[in-house]
Design a protein around this ligand. Structure first.
Ligand code: ADQ
Length: 461
């Protein structure tokens, strides 16, 4: 059996795991996969350098070999901050208003994908499975095929796939999707994103699509597309819960909130996560139920991300302004309704915070999956679980329909959900928790990687 070669934009070594929220949900998932299968994780080092010698930095940490390259200032600007995060990310999260279409950044995106292909090709052996991740690297499979690679190559998209009517606003959309059809297997987080992709292939490319199996036939090739909802590393997360850090964090929150109910949100500071809208919903709750202000304290943990992109600077300023307004209007000398923390925490500390919080608020405007929703539930005490309030626009909502589902755009809906959660009887909380937790435990990240790799091994034409 061949090794696994994982290729993603960034490579995060295991020992750095969970330290800063900036590494997102992808890092933990890939480290687990590589430990199980052996192989290499290739990607950008995160370093900026104009060294064009093509040096690859190989390292081994905790059973995982990483191979990284640096990118030049121009590459980072055009490929990462530009096309990936100012064009594809907003468009795929349905934010046409924030989507920039610049020919130069598109060229930078192509150039870096070419550079990735050039650097990683010599590292790939004949029987290796190659697994490419996410929107930064959509054309990579096609670039690898041009270099003669015959291996099984799979692609997983961690973010939503937009409806055809939005996607066609992307210049050269057809070219991008044609490169995707060079993979053997394409994975999406949920049926909704999968269906949008299949719709595009049928309608815009005229491909033959079998909706039941996800098999796409196009210009003599056969590609399979399926939904693989990503999970959390259940065992690792439970272990974190037993640590002193987790217990200390739980204690800190319990003692600092005393007899008030702690409600928590943990998100990268990203406009897709619906943070200002969430604060509006909390403000509406305080307006509608002024006698409940003393019952609740909201903790928002939001480490900054992608700070070089303007829309991210704007979202941060907006969030600070809205939080400040509510705290200004509602605080007492002994009471601050919203605690806004602009930093990341370890998974152990997050576990403790989640466990001490009677409500978890996860309300993205769009999200491929959302692992925080699953982590929140995984940290609950089964005898006295908290309530998850979840956006119906997160991929996670498909699997977690017993959460209190909300429309994150509606302050009234959010306010009503908070009231429902605050007053929910124990029996109801337990019933909902039990209905969801088995899936989170069993459909974990190990099951996810195994399913994708097994299917990739068996797929292709
Ligand atoms: P993200 O957009 O980063 O991931 P998410 O799925 O919520 O979103 O994963 C975030 C991860 O980072 C979680 O493990 C969480 O614990 C951690 N994290 C978040 N804030 C943190 C903080 N303040 N401190 C420490 N850790 C923090 C993308 C997609 C998602 C998809 C994942 C995985 O956007 O939809 O679920 O990839 O596929």
């Amino acid at each position: 059996m061949g090794r696994l070669v994982v290729i993603s934009n960034r490579v995060a070594v295991p020992k750095a795991r969970g330290v800063a929220g900036a590494q997102g949900g992808l890092a933990g998932a890939l480290n687990s996969a590589l430990k199980d299968y052996g192989g290499i994780w290739f990607g950008w080092s995160g370093q900026e350098s104009d060294d064009r010698t093509g040096n690859i930095n190989m390292q081994r940490h905790d059973g995982v070999t990483t191979a990284t390259i640096d990118l030049s200032t121009r590459d980072i600007d055009e490929y990462y901050n530009g096309y990936a995060n100012s064009t594809l990310w907003p468009l795929f999260h349905y934010r046409l208003d924030l989507t920039e279409y610049e020919r130069e950044t598109g060229k930078g995106y192509e150039r870096v994908n070419e550079r990735f292909a050039e650097s990683v090709t010599p590292l790939i052996e004949q029987d290796d499975l190659v697994w490419v991740h996410d929107y930064h690297l959509i054309p990579l499979g096609a670039r690898l095929r041009e270099r003669g690679l015959k291996n099984r190559i799979g692609f997983f998209l961690h973010i939503p796939w937009p409806p055809t009517r939005l996607f066609v606003s992307l210049p050269f959309h057809e070219r991008l999707v044609r490169t995707m059809l060079e993979y053997d297997l394409i994975g999406f987080q949920s049926d909704e994103w999968l269906e949008s992709f299949l719709h595009y292939c049928r309608k815009e490319l005229g491909a033959e699509v079998d909706d039941a199996t996800g098999v796409i036939s196009f210009e003599g090739r056969t590609v399979e597309a399926r939904a693989y909802p990503i999970g959390i590393d259940w065992e690792h997360f439970q272990k974190q819960g037993e640590s002193e850090d987790a217990k200390g964090a739980e204690q800190r929150l319990v003692s600092s909130t005393r007899n008030r109910c702690a409600m928590i949100g943990v998100d990268r500071l990203d406009y897709s996560k619906g943070l200002p809208e969430r604060i509006d919903g909390i403000g509406r709750f305080f307006d509608q139920y002024p006698d409940r202000v003393r019952d609740l304290v909201y903790i928002q943990v939001a480490p900054p991300s992608r700070e070089d992109v303007e829309s991210y600077q704007q979202i941060r300023a907006l969030l600070e302004q809205k939080t400040g307004q509510i705290n200004g209007a509602r605080s007492e000398v002994d009471l601050v309704p919203i605690r806004y923390v602009n930093r990341g925490y370890s998974h152990a500390e997050l576990y403790g915070f989640f466990r001490a919080s009677k409500i978890g608020l996860v309300t993205p405007l769009r999200d491929g999956m959302n692992l925080v929703a699953k982590e929140y539930l995984a940290a609950q005490d089964p005898k006295d679980p908290g309530v998850l309030i979840l956006s119906r626009f997160a991929g996670a909502a498909q699997q977690m329909s017993e959460a209190v589902l909300v429309n994150p755009h509606s302050p009234d809906d959010l306010s009503h959900a908070i009231k429902t959660a605050l007053d929910m009887p124990l029996e109801d909380r337990k019933h909902r928790y039990e209905a969801m937790v088995a899936t989170i435990r069993d459909d974990n990240v190990q099951a996810w990687t195994k399913q994708f790799c097994d299917d990739l091994r068996g797929s292709g034409d």
